[in-house]
Design a protein around this ligand. Structure first.
Ligand SMILES: NC(=O)C1=CN([C@@H]2O[C@H](COP(=O)(O)OP(=O)(O)OC[C@H]3O[C@@H](n4cnc5c(N)ncnc54)[C@H](O)[C@@H]3O)[C@@H](O)[C@H]2O)C=CC1
Ligand SMILES: O=C(O)[C@@H]1CCC=N1
Length: 285
């Protein structure tokens, strides 16, 4: 099975290397393209056999699955380049949340899916969020879920849930890392423990907590009950978090959804302009 990756930045490279490491894909069956070819060439150097090209159309041509790994506002240009080479047998996978499946189905003949990945896939873990377009057949879905399960836990979601699910699964590692950083810095400031030591302790704690919440079968409520012994320290700490965090998550969700809506309307505009004029200004890397 030939698989193409358009865009070999952070997420495109991460997906390619995770699929290779898991053994799901072999370098000889991957073709990658990137606007600046040097970035893709680094991947080819690390993985002999992997083909790279500066032409998105050449990468996509004849590939059974084409992963689009560029930023949302770069989609209209990439789709315009690919429209002439894609056919109805190919599966095109968008990895970005604001690009709607309807936007792609209106412009290319291929089957379209949206799969939002997460940096956690580089540790062959985390949930990948799968949304299937109207042309995706049961066998296409099976193929995509088999591929994604080599590096993640594929979870089917509705397109209307993309932003919130992506907040948790894809932005979540950054949000949790930020909380850990703040916690470790406060610990260092207030107690004199080393920041690095606090981060090691926190990272091991997160690893174990994640395991308990997944394979351990714990719910968040059970986990709190088991740790917060009556009259103990944890319950006092949870009371502080309860009052301090009350509005934090509502604000977070409001902000990410506002940004998503802005991107969505920019995309509608950009896709519309490309359809009318056949072109639009491209931003350099
Ligand atoms: N970074 C993350 O944790 C996650 C990112 N995503 C999505 O992945 C997408 C890519 O994000 P990153 O990899 O972080 O960004 P990035 O900026 O690292 O990579 C984008 C790549 O696309 C290339 N590119 C731009 N225009 C191009 C064109 N016309 N043809 C070919 N290549 C082109 C750029 O040179 C760059 O290498 C975004 O849409 C983002 O929403 C989704 C989930 C998680
Ligand atoms: O920050 C972003 O826009 C991307 C989407 C999900 C994670 N990172």
């Amino acid at each position: 099975m030939k698989v193409a990756f358009i865009g070999t930045g952070s997420m495109g490279s991460l997906l390619i290397e995770a699929f290779l490491r898991s053994g799901a894909l072999h370098p000889h069956f991957i073709c990658a393209s990137n606007r600046s070819l040097q970035k893709a060439e680094l991947l080819a150097k690390r993985h002999p056999g992997l083909r790279v090209t500066g032409s998105n159309a050449e990468a996509a041509n004849g590939s059974q699955i084409v992963f689009l790994c560029v930023k949302p506002l770069d989609y209209p240009a990439v789709i315009q380049e690919l429209a002439g080479v894609l056919d109805e047998r190919q599966i095109v996978v968008s990895i970005t949340s604001p690009v709607q499946i309807r936007m792609l189905e209106a412009r290319i003949p291929s089957k379209v899916a949206k799969i939002i990945p997460s940096i956690t896939h580089s540790a062959l873990s985390g949930a990948s969020l799968c949304i299937y377009g109207s042309r995706i057949q049961p066998e296409d879905r099976l193929l995509l879920e088999q591929l994604m399960s080599s590096i993640s836990v594929p979870v089917a979601i509705r397109e209307t849930e993309t932003r919130i699910a992506s907040d948790i699964a894809s932005c979540g590692p950054a949000f949790i890392a930020f909380i850990l950083q703040q916690w470790a810095e406060a610990a260092a400031r207030h107690t004199g423990i080393g920041r690095a030591e606090a981060i090691v302790l926190g990272a091991e704690m997160l690893h174990g907590t994640g395991k308990l919440l997944t394979e351990g079968g714990f719910s968040p409520e059970e986990l709190q009950r088991r740790v917060a012994v009556p009259g103990g320290v944890t319950a006092e700490g949870i009371a502080v978090l309860h009052s301090s965090l009350e509005h934090v998550f509502a604000g977070l969700i409001e902000t990410t959804h506002r940004k998503y809506d802005e991107d969505l309307s920019k995309l509608d505009d950009l896709f519309g302009r490309r359809l009318l004029n056949g072109t639009a200004d491209d931003e350099p890397d």
